[in-house]
Design a protein around this ligand. Structure first.
Ligand code: GDP
Length: 330
């Protein structure tokens, strides 16, 4: 068994064509939950869902989120109603009391559904309704996720990093906002002063996660701050990881990021936005897979290949390099 750690893009892209080397049934994925929000009473788990939809053969490959060919009738109607009533459709947080009451897992990231600031497709919404319904019936997020895997014939163990609330909050000169407001609604503005993973020091990884971390671990190309930060903010997660062989695939080619806000966020919290900075963020890493164009020198084994991950063939090539790196460090 080999366990992959995942945000919402890089690891799913790495696993899209990796079945020959990493069969899904033997390759658990631990997903970040700091990006999750409660929107109109429904718990939305973007990182878990990208891997779920990929494994179910339903991911929208243009965006790497949501279900392919989904409709958006409920979302459009929500907007029409808000606009008809001249309601402000910027993200509408519930009040302070509501942030810490209600479902425990949704703490510090609870928004009303008015004008829904994230685009939620109709079929996608059925996933969130089922997940939230199961949680309201008393199941944990881990159990609800396993049920969704069963519903979609996914044989992989898809493991939320914790069943406790952890919220990725971005501190800016205009105030504190959830990562999804900063990234989805405000397009990565305003400037970042600090990134906080609220709840992470009290949160614990689940037993299933701690067990999965005793197998060799691969960190697919990920945002070290908002995808791995919430996991590494949990003491037991970091401690378990430090005892296990870890291979990292860089989300950069030297200082060129493939996509997303990793560079901005790394710089904001004091890491060089580059492969060297990623290595500094992961002092427990035992080997790296870097792009052939990436000349970064590291003081651990480095394996090079073309790390572009656009197609399943790309994924198979990078998976082979990861496998070689694992053979070196396990
Ligand atoms: P998020 O949850 O969507 O923010 O995404 P992740 O934590 O999964 O991070 C995505 C990271 O994957 C970004 O930092 C990108 O630079 C990286 N990435 C995206 N596409 C590729 C690719 O084709 N190859 C590699 N090596 N990295 C990629």
């Amino acid at each position: 068994m080999v366990t992959f750690l995942a945000g919402g893009t890089g690891t799913p892209k790495l696993l899209q064509g990796a079945e020959a080397v990493f069969p899904p049934a033997d390759t658990p994925v631990v997903g970040n939950t700091g990006d999750d929000v409660e929107l109109g009473g429904h718990l939305v788990c973007p990182d878990l869902d990208t891997q779920l939809f990929l494994d179910a053969g339903r991911i929208d490959r243009e965006t790497w989120w949501g279900i392919a060919d989904d409709s958006h009738e409920t979302h459009d109607e929500l907007h029409a109603l808000a606009e008809g009533a001249r309601l402000d459709t910027t993200p509408r947080y519930l009040d302070d009391d509501a942030q810490t009451s209600g479902r425990d897992i949704a703490r510090w990231r609870r928004f009303s559904g008015i004008g829904e600031f994230m685009l939620i497709g109709d079929r996608d919404r059925a996933i969130h309704l089922t997940r939230t319904g199961l949680i309201d019936e008393g199941y944990s997020l881990t159990e609800a996720t396993a049920t969704l895997c069963r519903a979609l014939d996914v044989e992989r163990d898809l493991l939320p990093m914790t069943d406790d609330p952890v919220a990725s909050l971005i501190h800016t000169p205009s105030g504190v906002m959830h990562f999804q407001e900063w990234w989805v609604h405000r397009n990565g503005n305003p400037p970042v002063e600090k990134v906080e993973f609220r709840g992470s020091t009290e949160a614990t990884p689940t037993e299933a996660v701690l067990d999965a971390l005793t197998d060799p671990v691969v960190i697919g190309p990920s945002n070290p701050i908002t995808s791995l930060g919430p996991m590494l903010g949990m003491d037991a997660f970091r401690e378990t990881l430090s005892l296990t062989p870890v291979v990292v695939v860089s989300p950069f080619v030297e200082d060129q990021v493939f996509s997303g806000p990793a560079a901005t966020l790394m710089e904001a919290v004091g890491y060089e936005p580059s492969t060297a900075g990623v290595a500094n963020a992961y002092p427990f890493a035992d080997a790296f897979v870097l792009d052939i164009e990436d000349g970064t020198e590291l003081d651990c084994p480095v394996f090079r290949t073309d790390t572009t991950l656009d197609t399943p063939e790309d994924s198979a090539r990078v998976a082979s390099a990861v496998d070689e790196a694992l053979a070196e460090v396990v």
